[in-house]
Design a protein around this ligand. Sequence first.
Ligand code: HEC
Length: 221
Amino acid sequence: MARAVARDISHGSVAWIRWGFMLGLLGLAFQLSDAAAHAYQEEEAERGAAVFARRCSTCHGDRGQGLTDEWRATWPPTHQNCWKANCHGPQPYPEDGFTLPRVVPALIGPGTLRRFATAADLYAYIRARMPFHAPGSLPEADYRAVTAFLLQRHGIPADGRPFDPEAARGIPLSAPTPPEEGRRTVLPAAILALGGVAAGGVLLGVLLGLRRRRRSLWSSG
Ligand code: HEC
């Protein structure tokens, strides 16, 4: 009889311990996943600057200022008005012509890249949509490098680990977070961390309780 009771108690405790462990692991995993967010390597950003100069600057400007009048003025006279020139003017186009929108946005400088919440969003956009006339035509490494370059120009420091589209989800890109939003993202993190601590407490309690019960069972049986 005493044995059966002891077995029941230890079965129940084992289930608790399992739950405790699972919650604890969840808390740990959350914290690790947060730590897994990382940026890019310095060399990557340097390569990205070269990619930008070769493949992006024609439209986005040598300093990422966008297709400004000042930038177009550095081109040969016949190309300065993109929309009247052969390649992007009235159709039919020559072989490499295409319609160019009137505005090519700036990518570097105050207020730029506002529509991208994280570095992962920026990467996904560039990878899928740029260069405008030939989306997806760059080698994968060039897409990562040019994203790293833009992150660098937006004040996100290199941390020695290669740019990774998954890890980039943890890198906020939009302007400094207003306090309201900051609190909203910090809160779930705090709750999960507390959950992990609580789970540890539950585990400890269960273990101690188990020991006490065992002892009293032994002394009564
Ligand atoms: C032929 C011109 C052209 C080239 C070359 C080009 N882009 Fe663009 N880019 C555009 C245009 C036009 C838009 C606006 C598209 C739209 O609004 O749909 C744009 C938009 C963007 C945006 C979104 C900016 C925002 O705030 O909305 C990013 C980021 C971008 N380009 C990055 C790049 C990168 C990186 C390269 C080089 C790999 C590149 N582009 C090459 C024309 C170009």
